[in-house]
Write a protein that binds this ligand. Structure first.
Ligand SMILES: [Cu+2]
Length: 204
């Protein structure tokens, strides 16, 4: 008979699921529940959350603050992009916009900074290359992250949130001077080989 799909086929046309299929569904369901439970668990116990002091901020205000920061601590520039060397332990500003990370930061190894991250226009992704560190940068919010560079060298900031035609050229830079270069304190505790930044605390 011609089957239109409107009338159901007669009789029992389906076969019951095989036992192995039922077992597989049970395993998949259990795994879903485990992953679901891990979301709050990872937030509390994971140690991978870059929690900081979050504030609401007008993008224009954050831009003004960043420009003030640059004007105060600029030491050099690279093809028009200011290089800023703030004093150890200070508040550091990094602004994401289409399509740049402003300014280039020059930090000291082993010193804690408060890194203020925000966006001028739309969502960007802070990805510290070649380390595995990701952070979403959202306009309207100032993410003040407590960070301690634990490795000297030059690091690239790559945008990993697609943000338009210039997304692939949106590359910034953080330079980390070796500890002691300007009387910086000794190596902090609890370092891991690949961690550039150790974030601490969960305030406010
Ligand atoms: Cu971007």
């Amino acid at each position: 008979m011609y089957q239109t799909g409107i009338d159901p086929p007669e009789g029992i046309w389906w076969k019951p699921a095989h036992k192995s299929e039922k077992v597989w569904i049970a395993i998949a369901f259990a795994w879903c529940l485990i992953l679901f439970a891990m979301m709050p668990l990872w937030h509390l116990r994971g140690g991978q959350n870059t929690t900081g002091i979050r504030h609401v901020v007008e993008p224009a205000d954050f831009l003004a603050r960043t420009n003030e920061f640059i004007a105060t601590y600029q030491v050099d520039s690279d093809r028009g992009m200011p290089i800023v060397e703030p004093p150890p332990g200070s508040d550091v500003y990094l602004l994401a916009m289409m399509w740049q990370w402003r300014p280039i930061l020059r930090l000291q190894e082993g010193v804690e900074y408060t890194l203020h991250l925000s966006s001028l226009d739309l969502n960007h992704g802070f990805n510290l290359h070649p380390l595995n560190l990701n952070f979403q940068v959202v306009p309207g919010y100032d993410y003040a992250l407590r960070v301690t560079p634990t490795q000297a060298g030059e690091f690239r900031i790559v945008c990993n949130e697609f943000c338009g035609i210039g997304h692939d050229v949106m590359v910034g830079r953080i330079e980390v001077l070796p500890a002691g270069a300007q009387g910086a304190s000794s190596e902090p505790d609890g370092l891991q080989g690949t961690d550039l930044f150790v974030s601490q605390g969960d305030e406010e």
